[in-house]
Design a protein around this ligand. Sequence first.
Ligand code: PHB
Length: 391
Amino acid sequence: MMRGMLLGAASLVMALAGTLPAAAQEVVKIGLILPMTGPFASTGRQVSAGAKTFMEMKGDTVAGKKVELIIRDDAGVADQTRRIAQELVVNESVQVLAGGGLTPLAMAVAPVATQAKVPMVVTSAGTAAITKASEFITRTSGTLPQYSLPVGTWAAQNGIKKVVTLVSDYGPGLDAEKWFTKEFTSKGGEVSEAVRVPLQNPDFAPFLQRVRDAKPDAVFVFLPSGVGSLFMKQFADRGLAEAGIKLIATGDVTDDDILNSMGKPALGTITGHFYATAHDSPENKAYVEAFEKANNGMRPNFMSVGGYDSMALIYAALEKTKGDASGPGFMEAVKGLSWTSPRGPVSIDPETRDIIQNIYMREVKEVDGELHNVEFETFAALKDPEKAEAK
Ligand code: PHB
């Protein structure tokens, strides 16, 4: 009886499938959930534009399937991210999730990815622990340990003896603080104070006063993309540069999207990061051109490249699985993938599902009347050091 019912159900499914138009069977749906509104809307704008630029450049079919990108706004609220992820998987039959504009938003999707066995490609968030939250998570941004450590190396090698750290008080900030400090102090530097500022609506003035009073050679800063302008203004207003305090940071602070609006106070800032609009390569030249053309001259920042590469990863994995997006097979295909990104050569670490990439040291300079992060040193093919340490 039971067997008969199952067979009956199976043949009904097959009969229905036979009636579907061929095109409808051949679609791979990707659900990209981002903060398109709210304080982190610049992240959503950049990531979605990067993902769309990939599809404009490479087409919307891969391995014989049509790719459909569904973009949803979570307004930067984790409960919304989780609800939208569930809704996309259950009602829209989305086969791959992407996004994660901030660490709490990426973390909110992890249980959905695990339970539904749906791959999740993190485009933006940078706390090391995110890829440990689900076997179905991979990442095309980077980790804060990965790009904070080289800033510590550089500082120690360039005459900086005493540093105060200043970070946003949540996952990526704590990772940045830990790995800058670990590297810098292991090479003989001193971190005299660790200042943490609230993520939401920060007023930097009292914190910058603390930095000033400590009289360090430099202040090392991590703030999430979008917040750098306000920081730079207050850094200048408080006279820290005049007091001889050098600004060193992760590239999130001198985000290319808003760098021009920061003006002169940003000049000379030294940062470490995985992408600069000014990165000199044929792949990046083609990317920047296509991106600016499609977005009214908007400058692509590192968030946009996280979005572009999330599509590069999805296309490459689908080519390997011959268009099969089912979770376990897709995740196997992701491990060890490599490609040339606008940022340089990248690959997916088969052990951690995190991205292995170059980290560049850069200085803010004026180039043809505009401010740019100009690369001057490369730390090649870095893995996430947090996971390497845990082994
Ligand atoms: C994060 O929340 O993990 C995050 C957000 C913005 C950044 C970097 C990391 O620029």
